[in-house]
Design a protein around this ligand. Structure first.
Ligand code: ATP
Length: 475
């Protein structure tokens, strides 16, 4: 344990400023004046952010690095026009490297890993769009599976946006309540959750016989989790044998990777070591709370003291999500809650509100830990450290990484604060930090000046990015 705990840095054994400097994002200078409203200048941040983003794409060590352009990938014009409309100037590393392999003929399977927020979605969406024959607009040809309705809807949106100039492209979501029993699936591209997809195929409302591509996003979770894993296997049994399978995730634990290799045989692979998985733009901190009860007061104080922008608070259970919402609202904070107990329409409306900025604080469970892309999120709170396994006794390093990855998207900066309150939570976080070799900055509930400065510096520069980089704020 000794070396595990050593990854957590306390102000006593290491100067916090030095720790922050090590983990400080290289996107924008956190100490630079950024707030136009206080007269510190509007022009410099615009310049700063854009130059630094292109710097990142020119830095060989960055996951956003690339040497080529989208044009060089030889995609059809309609797709390139879609990328232009999205303001995608250059591919990221995963896009540049995986696309030529995925687009080559005869089609080859792919298992691809890349850090959160580095553009995996566009990588598989471009492959799907390139493979679909638009002269058969209602014949399902590509199926994309995701673990939550929210992620399925989001992927559907990305396909529709990048494919906006592809004539006759029809994309449908196969999530609970979305496909009418009368018509069934009438689209060339279908994005869904595995349970609904298998039901539709069984009821003959979805003709899977001509599918050419199967994409599984968050594949480690989808293949490993009880229930989801079985459903994915059932889907595989009812689709053509000669199908191109593309598995994507930011995390692929060794055990799941071995299984993935049998699920997608002879796949090309892009893997990362676990030390390479963290995103530099996310400043990772932890709050040392005296006990479980005090966690709530500290959370409220954090929100009371700071203007935070959009943030996500992850908790272990639906009940504690509801409870925290009630208490925060009683204390005058406006917050939303989203978890699996809400019905589909409600969940959609809640996430749409959060995306548009109508609600700024979202309390949720692991249901939103993966994939959700809301560029304006500048802070993620792990109110409870994610745990897994029987009795939830094992730190869940993968979920930690996905949760904090809701901020710091595509070169942006963000902050994560993980709350610990006893030896167990402290040790769990230490193990996670050790696994990824992260130096976490300690925040103390009795030193709000320090906390405010550290958190606010990051949030201010993230707000500057959101204000000045049009691609950063997506409705
Ligand atoms: N080449 C590009 N240029 C500019 N922005 C891009 C590019 N590719 C993707 N993006 C943007 O980056 C953000 C993150 O992309 P995406 O959601 O695909 O990440 P991801 O790798 O799937 O992350 P996660 O592991 O969290 O699912 C999105 O807002 C997307 O629009």
């Amino acid at each position: 344990m000794a070396d595990l705990a050593s990854r957590i840095t306390k102000p006593d054994d290491k100067t916090p400023a030095a720790v922050v400097a090590e983990t400080k994002p290289n996107v924008a200078d956190a100490d630079a004046p950024v707030d136009g409203a206080n007269g510190s200048g509007l022009i410099e941040p615009v310049y700063d952010v854009e130059v630094k983003l292109s710097d990142l794409q020119a830095d060989a060590d960055s996951p956003l690095f690339s040497v080529s352009s989208f044009e060089e990938l030889g995609l059809p014009k309609a797709i390139n026009d879609g990328l232009l409309a999205m303001n995608f100037k250059k591919p990221s590393k995963i896009q540049e490297r995986a696309l030529p392999l995925m687009l080559s003929n005869p089609p080859c399977n792919m298992i691809a890993q890349s850090q959160s927020g580095t553009g995996k979605t566009a990588a598989f969406v471009l492959t799907v769009l390139s493979r679909v024959d638009l002269s058969q607009p209602t014949q399902p040809q590509a199926l994309l599976l995701a673990p939550s309705r929210e992620l399925a809807r989001q992927i559907q949106g990305v396909i529709q946006t990048i494919g906006q100039f592809c004539e006759n492209l029809i994309v449908e979501a196969a999530i609970p309540g979305s496909i009418s029993r009368e018509t069934g699936v009438k689209a060339s591209v279908v994005v869904g959750t595995p349970g609904t997809v298998i039901d539709l195929i069984k009821r003959r409302q979805f003709d899977a016989s001509k599918l050419k591509v199967l994409v599984i996003d968050e594949a480690d979770n989808m293949l490993d989790q009880q229930g989801l894993g079985e459903q994915c296997v059932r889907v595989k049994h009812v689709i053509p044998k000669a199908i191109q399978i593309l598995l994507f995730s930011a995390t692929f634990p060794e055990k799941v990777m071995r299984y993935a290799e049998t699920f997608a045989p002879k796949a090309n692979q892009m893997k990362l070591r676990h030390q390479e998985l963290t995103v530099k733009g996310i400043s990772q901190m932890y709050m040392d709370c005296p006990d479980e009860q005090k966690k709530y007061e500290i959370l409220c104080k954090l929100y009371g003291l700071m203007t935070i922008g959009s943030s996500v608070i992850f908790v272990r259970t639906r009940e504690s999500a509801n409870e925290i919402q009630k208490r925060m609202e009683a204390d005058g904070h406006k917050v939303s809650v989203l978890h699996g107990a809400y019905d589909g329409a409600n969940r959609d409306a809640l996430l749409d509100d959060f995306r548009s900025g109508r609600s700024k604080v979202l309390i949720t469970t692991n249901v939103l830990a993966r994939g959700i892309d809301v560029s304006s999120v500048s802070m993620v709170i792990n109110y409870d450290i994610p745990m897994k396994g029987p009795g939830e006794r094992e730190p869940d390093a993968e979920t930690y990484l996905h949760r904090i990855g809701r901020t710091g998207r595509f070169g942006r900066v963000g902050v994560s604060i993980s709350f610990v309150h006893d030896r167990r939570s402290y040790e769990a976080l230490s193990q996670i930090a050790n696994y990824y070799t992260i130096d976490l900055v300690q925040l103390k509930p009795d030193d709000w000046d320090f906390t405010e400065k550290k958190v606010q510096d990051v949030i201010k520069s993230s707000r500057a990015q959101a204000e000045y980089n049009p691609a950063a704020v997506k409705a």
